[in-house]
Design a protein around this ligand. Sequence first.
Ligand code: ADP
Ligand code: ZN
Length: 671
Amino acid sequence: MPAQLLEVALPVPLPRTFSYRHEPAQESARRRAAVGDLVVVPFGRRREVTGLVTGAGPLPDGVTAHEGVALRPVTRIHPPEYRIAGERLRLARWLAEYYMLPLGEVVPLFHPPAPGTAARGDAEDAAAYPDVDAGPVVLTVDQRAALAVAAAHLDRGAFGAVLLHGVTGSGKTEVYLALIERALAKGRSALYLLPEIALTPQTLSRIHARFGERAAAIHSGMSAGRRCQVHEAAARGELQVVVGPRSALFAPLPDLGVIVVDEEHESSYKQDEKPRYHARHAALVRGREAKAVVVLGSATPDLESVANARAGRFDLCRLPDRLGGGGLPPVRIVDMRGTGAPDGLSPVLEDALEQTLAAGRQGILYYNRRGFARALQCRDCGEVQECPNCDIALTYHLRPRRLLCHYCGHARGVPEHCPACTVGSFLPGGGGTEKIELHLHGRFPEARVLRLDHDTTRRRGSHRRILAAFAGGEADILVGTQMVAKGHHFPRVDLVGVLAADDGLGMPDFRSAERSFQLLTQVAGRAGRTGAGQVVFQTWRPEDPVIQAASRHDFDGFVAGEMPVREALGYPPARRLVRLMVSARRLGEAESAARELAGALRANLGRGRLEVLGPAPAVFPRLQDRFRVQLLLKGTLRTAERAWLADCLRALKESRRGVEVGHDVDPVNVY
Ligand code: ADP
Ligand code: ZN
């Protein structure tokens, strides 16, 4: 076989491909390469880098260089199961273009680490979890209507997007499962995306119970060998359902018919490190390219999805009623102003908890702060202990006793006296889940308390253990951060208490109201699944419209108040955003680079349709010893404008040593 000249896209921040020589006859295991194959090549001093073949042609005998550069040989080709072809190749090209990344930088999304190391017999211990699926149910009228809308796209064999807006516990999961069954009956396959696999053992169990061997999970908590095994089985058509977090979207299932994006409002669908992308948006693109139906489901849809449904781009299906139990639980608002109890339980909440425990039922307490206290403040001089790298208050932790920065991880011991005034002692300000847990032990010594937060879930499998123990009735109270607000179905929970319902409202982000509404609605939705539920919101802002709307489970009311604000200010979903973050060790360097960038943007892009905001110090102006200055670009960039911007950012980085410029298309956080 003649030698080949290959063009290969590599995961490096350069907007070009690289040429290699490939001699298929050299070893028996080798084969000819084609566009879409994954190959391992040497690059610079690195011996083995995996890249994507974007071009393949004959290499005439005796040619050893291309465009003046000596051609190095391809080390090996990955098996055909790793080929990126068809709609996945089109998705890769879309990701690179839309998110302004070199094609090679999105390729790692499409394969597990260490491709080709599949280990046989390394099957997972399907997660043990109580209350698993009891088998197909008889769908309600609303469920059947939603299923019919989604199935119509499937039956036509055409792309369609459905927003399934169903209140907490309204039977959305049953609709997804029924739709997937229908796709499988047609010989098509399905992807089921979940926001966080560790927090959703129950849904995983239901999928396994329904589809058995035909379904498998794929996620980063699995061994590389097991991930390869699932990837290869999917590519060979041996699996029909792949379930996982955002990364599962890229699984090589042939004949994809359905993509489910469960809890579509969750910000974990956005990858906030390179390559930055939003899996909900990417799911719509894959669905379009595969002629599949994409179902986005939530009790609190993202405003972007609401806008898409209003514009007719998505079919909207609603499940307004909760199944079982007595409807959505009533919410009481407790005004904490003037109570002098900055972080405790109000008498109303303590009484409700006492009654719940006395009735042999369970309670959930949600407080979105981990640790013992937010910050350590001197009683005498008022000095707050801050991180030396980030200019952010350090959080006081009891076990182990230390001060910790939640941004960079800087940790240090707790001083006896204030280092600033040398005499003062400390008053831990604010509270945290750990402090609440201690308080509960004192107040309800008989109650069995579990805590679910970042600190109690460091070990693999610990999320599942805690969630399964609580679902199984091995504890009476679950205290935790927003992890407790996810889609759990705990039949015995009567009471949900939110300790500081206004906590997220002060975040300097245009989405803070939306995030708060989602969290409050979701956590309230954990109560009253099988009995009479009740919810208590403790707050210092009882009149706030977000808290008011959440207390009435009033999604439409919230949207009616919030959408005009976004439109007036030109924020998503009214307009799109690109965030540009310039950082440097010295403030002056970051500022001057940001000014130069802003000038270039205004000269080239600021023609009415696009608006440039900034430069302005980022909300966290210094993180990890770097000063951060940001710019926001409002409006929808055209293809040529994206290409220009990518070049502009690269040129700026090259011309200024020590300056980093990060870009984030459709940022989920702007602080
Ligand atoms: P969601 O995904 O909206 O939170 P689920 O699909 O988990 O809701 O359903 C909530 C509960 O109601 C589950 O226990 C589920 O088994 C049950 N359920 C769902 N659909 C039906 C139905 N048609 N008939 C009876 N029970 C149902
Ligand atoms: Zn820090």
